[in-house]
Design a protein around this ligand. Structure first.
Ligand code: MLT
Length: 310
């Protein structure tokens, strides 16, 4: 019977599916890399979220490992070249948390537009700051999507429902798909020039790292508001801090940071900056979806060799 280790906190549906499908499963979370190295040799599969780092060292110790399943989208915490060199298949669940992450981006957009976190904090301090929080409407504003894949396209549909105009920069977006989505496909400079709000929805790659660099932030419209629920490293955090301080950027919301966990950042305390601790996928619904999906895919592979989302 194949044996799987679930090494990050995961919805219990994952373990239930593995057992139903004839896969033995241990749930052992919170191990240090050394502790994981000591036990990984017993397992055919490793199911993770974002805490476990599947490094070359872990893979070297994983003498029986055939598959790593990431309950989520990003596989940044897996050394893919090292896994491939060892013949270990790496799977993710690209759809399970898309709606949830898109909704978080929209929530942060509204939080910026109406300065909700600061207004809440001051009201609860007894200040009743009724005149201190003049916001902006999103209706009629232009949303610039950087990345128009699974999550970006859901953000676009919600934004269109809010009566925003949507322009999208995505080299993989075909003109036909842009029409179907109701967005205008543009180049990056056009997006930077026209967007009142910018949301990012791309993986972190050599092409997208610092896509909102100091230079590109300078090309944005004065008063732009920026939301990143995708990956840290897409926005140059030092340049963003300077752009917020100068007032060129009217607000920024980050769910993700260059270095996580972000327990300290020059951005903390900056007026009009809000953040959340990588909560993009954190809803009950999304966590059930990704747990079910990763367990089904991994069980398929281990029991009958079926490969999905690898
Ligand atoms: C993902 O890649 O699925 C999200 O960033 C969520 C996460 O890492 O927990």
């Amino acid at each position: 019977m194949p044996k799987v280790l679930i090494s990050d906190k995961m919805d219990p549906n994952a373990a239930a599916i593995f057992r139903m499908r004839g896969v033995e499963v241990d749930e052992i979370t919170g191990k240090t890399p050394e502790e994981l190295k000591a036990i990984i040799g017993q397992y055919d599969g490793l199911a993770i979220r974002s805490s476990t780092k599947v490094t070359q060292e872990i893979l070297d110790a994983a003498t029986n490992l055939k598959v790593v399943g990431r309950a989520g989208i990003g596989v940044d915490n897996v050394d893919i070249p090292a896994a491939s060199a060892k013949g270990v298949v790496v799977m993710n669940t690209p759809f399970g948390n898309s709606i949830t992450t898109a909704e978080h981006a929209i929530a942060l957009m509204f939080a910026l537009a109406r300065q909700l976190p600061e207004a809440n904090a001051q009201t609860q301090q007894g200040l009743w700051p009724k005149n201190g929080f003049m916001g902006v409407e999103v209706t009629g504003k232009t949303l610039g999507l950087i990345g128009a894949g699974n999550i970006g396209s859901i953000v676009a549909s919600r934004a269109l429902g809010l009566k925003m105009k949507v322009v999208a920069f995505d080299p993989f977006l075909t003109p036909e798909r842009a029409v179907e989505m109701g967005v205008e496909k543009v180049d990056l400079d056009t997006l930077l020039d026209r967007a009142d709000f910018i949301t990012l929805h791309t993986p972190l790659t050599d092409q997208t790292r610092n896509i909102l660099s100091k230079e590109n932030l300078a090309k944005t419209k004065k008063g732009v508001r920026i939301v990143n629920c995708a990956r840290g490293g897409l926005v140059d955090e030092a340049a963003l801090k300077a752009a917020l301080d100068s007032g060129h950027v009217a607000g920024a919301a980050l769910d993700v940071f260059e270095s996580e966990p972000a327990k300290d950042s020059p951005l903390f305390g900056t007026p009009n900056f809000i953040c959340t601790p990588h909560l993009g996928a954190s809803t009950n619904e999304a966590q059930v979806n990704v747990a079910l999906q990763v367990a089904e895919q991994m069980a398929d592979f281990l029991v009958s060799g079926g490969v999905t989302n690898a």
